[in-house]
Design a protein around this ligand. Structure first.
Ligand SMILES: [Zn+2]
Ligand SMILES: [Zn+2]
Length: 329
């Protein structure tokens, strides 16, 4: 099969022909139809995430069709449409798994990082971590739900439910999905982009944000909650300054640059800063149930599998409108 392979961190992906994987017990073989391109993929390539399987097929926002079944597969049938997220395996035995926090599992495996992912014609996945995809989403429009959507949704849920004004820092793939859910829930969305990114600000307003500005601008009203999707540590003090007493700042990324020193004053008055790590299957069920009801519309920029390096380059340069997705035919 054709695959885009990361042979060594720091290098571009290489187009290669590799063997189609064979599903082990409990796994399904999936014919990949679309795979989202996520900022985490850049963190892996750039060595900001340090322990990838190598060589590695990256990609953890996979939509495909079940092509064959390993032994003891019961959840899916051949021909069914499935989604594969970042969380690929948990042990079910550690203290985190046993307390409903499988996202923090000590022995977790991650799709497109510690196990092969979806930048390829086929992949295998443990059926227990795969989702059914509802709604009228095409494969490429469904793909961004699997990470941008799921991690965004977990970040959003950590904001609590009794708030009105939600700030979103970094208005890319995750933000454009979560903004639609938040507005559907009656929240006011305040969008923060790179300073001077008038295109990004216009995009946020088109989606219904009540206000859009640069990341160091002060919103007209203090925020009750904010989510930071951009991997920039300096946004934590910036968001705290814009946050109301008792408010929360949720960091949605897997990696962030260092946080500059800041005055205790902006954290005081019971403001909270929290990070999000990975996802639970419950987050996945929640988002995939909620998205078609809104209905969330994903905006995608589609690339062929062979052009994965170009998609990654555009994502790095902030040139992706909505979410970048590889289409595999
Ligand atoms: Zn565990
Ligand atoms: Zn991701």
């Amino acid at each position: 099969m054709r695959a885009m392979v990361l042979a060594k961190q720091g290098e571009p992906l290489k187009q290669m022909n590799v063997n189609v994987p064979v599903p082990a017990a409990g796994q399904v073989l999936i014919k990949v139809k679309a795979c989202g391109v996520c900022r985490t993929d850049l963190h892996i390539i750039d060595s900001e995430l340090k322990e990838p399987k190598l060589p590695l097929i990256i990609g953890h926002e996979i939509i495909g069709e079940v092509a064959s079944l390993g032994e003891n597969v019961t959840k899916f049938k051949i021909g069914e449409r499935v989604g594969v997220p970042w969380l690929g395996y948990t042990c079910g035995k550690c203290k985190f798994c046993l307390s409903g926090k499988e996202n923090l599992c000590d022995n977790a495996k991650f799709t497109g990082y510690t196990i092969d992912g979806g930048y390829a014609e086929y992949t295998v996945a443990d059926e227990r971590y795969c989702f059914r995809i509802k709604g009228n989403y095409s494969d490429e429009h469904a793909a961004p739900l699997l990470c941008a959507g799921l991690i965004g949704y977990r970040s959003y849920r950590l904001c609590g439910d009794k708030f009105r004004r939600l700030g979103i820092y970094g208005f890319g793939a995750a933000a454009h999905i979560i903004a639609q859910i938040a507005m559907h829930d009656g929240k006011e969305v305040y969008a923060f982009t790179k300073d001077g990114d008038s295109e990004g600000q216009a995009f946020a307003k088109e989606l219904g944000a009540v206000w859009a500005g640069g990341s160091n601008d002060m919103p007209p009203e203090k925020l009750d909650a904010s989510i930071i999707f951009a991997p920039v540590g300096a946004l934590i003090p910036a968001a705290l300054k814009a946050t109301e007493k008792g408010g929360i700042v949720v960091c949605g990324g897997i990696h962030m640059s260092n946080i500059p020193e800041f005055e205790y004053n902006i954290l005081w008055e019971e403001r909270t800063v929290i990070s999000v790590a990975n996802l639970t299957r419950e987050d996945g069920d929640g988002l995939l149930e909620a998205a078609p009801k809104v209905p969330v519309k994903t905006i995608v920029q589609v690339y062929k599998l062979e052009r994965a390096n170009e998609a990654l380059k555009d994502l790095r340069a902030g040139k992706v409108h909505g979410a970048a997705v590889l289409k595999i035919d």
